[in-house]
Design a protein. Structure first.
Length: 293
């Protein structure tokens, strides 16, 4: 009889436990993936200089970090190195330590499991010997006790003021994809609205970047693509709109030309259109795909 009571008691707590595990399996797995295994990463120490992605620096975060380093005051920049199927996130911190200015790189890699799941790797901490400016960017020297240098490239000169985001159309899809400087999901709608508001108010210079393989001439190299850097900024009596187009036909071959556009408007089918941009005519910034706004 005692055995029967113990079995019934075990079943009473085992059934709820199994239910919790079943209910929690998907959400908890998602929380583990999206919450970076519940680790408080990245941690901001001192001044928050902001975030940068590859050669996309929305608000001059690298300059903020450099100024903090030269003054040796605590500050952190979050740098995202974004690839097609992988990503690494670095929290680069400078702070006074032992009579000098310490540079720390806390980094976490991640691999993307198609289409949206992200599997993060363990967080690693590297001490760097120092930091210096190089070719317009920042070079972190001898990180991790090894002769390994890390380079943060400079912001392209075509990008002026606040960068609303990057819309990627390089795979010739009918819609654009977007990712922002924090390495999190950004929406095409959000990026376009940011740029539209910047154009309408003309309160501060702003840039929208669009990569577009499909907009190159038909005889272009298969690996070629163009980057459109649309800039809205104050001009006497109006808000000036320009498009600086950088075309790359090979890794080390590129051309650059700037067009002055007449105006920016909402396109009939969604998205934006920069009208009468010199020799390139009207430039359409595609709308977001369904369910991605």
């Amino acid at each position: 009889m005692a055995t029967g009571r113990r079995g019934a008691s075990r079943r009473r707590w085992l059934i709820p436990l199994v239910a919790v595990l079943v209910i929690c399996s998907a959400p908890c797995a998602l929380a583990r993936l999206q919450g970076w295994y519940f680790q408080p990463f990245p941690q901001i120490i001192g001044q928050n200089c902001g975030r940068a992605l590859n050669n996309y620096d929305p608000d001059q975060a690298a300059l903020c970090l450099w100024r903090a380093y030269t003054a040796c005051r605590a500050a952190t920049l979050v740098y995202i190195s974004q690839g097609v199927d992988s990503r690494s996130t670095s929290a680069i911190t400078v702070q006074p330590k032992a009579g000098g200015c310490a540079v720390t790189d806390v980094i976490q890699g991640a691999n993307r499991i198609f289409p949206t799941n992200i599997v993060p790797a363990p967080v690693l901490t590297h001490q760097c010997a120092g930091m210096r400016q190089q070719n317009g960017g920042l070079l972190l020297s001898r990180c991790g006790g090894k002769s390994v240098d890390y380079y943060l490239p400079p912001r392209p000169t075509e990008q002026i003021g606040h960068v609303c985001g990057v819309i990627d159309n390089q795979y010739a899809t009918p819609y654009a994809l977007a990712s922002d400087a924090v390495g999190e999901q950004a929406t095409v709608t959000g990026i376009e609205d940011c740029f539209w508001q910047a154009y309408v108010s003309c309160a501060r210079p702003s840039t929208l970047v669009m990569n577009a393989r499909a907009m190159l001439p038909r005889n272009a190299n298969a690996d070629a693509f163009a980057t459109h850097n649309l800039v809205a900024q104050d001009s006497p009596g109006s808000c000036a709109l320009t498009d600086t187009v950088v075309e790359r036909d090979a890794p080390n071959t590129q051309s650059r030309v700037t067009y002055t556009c007449a105006s920016l408007a909402h396109a009939a089918g969604g998205g934006l259109v920069a009208r009468a941009c010199g020799a390139e005519g009207d430039l359409t910034i595609p709308p977001a795909p369904p369910l991605s706004t």
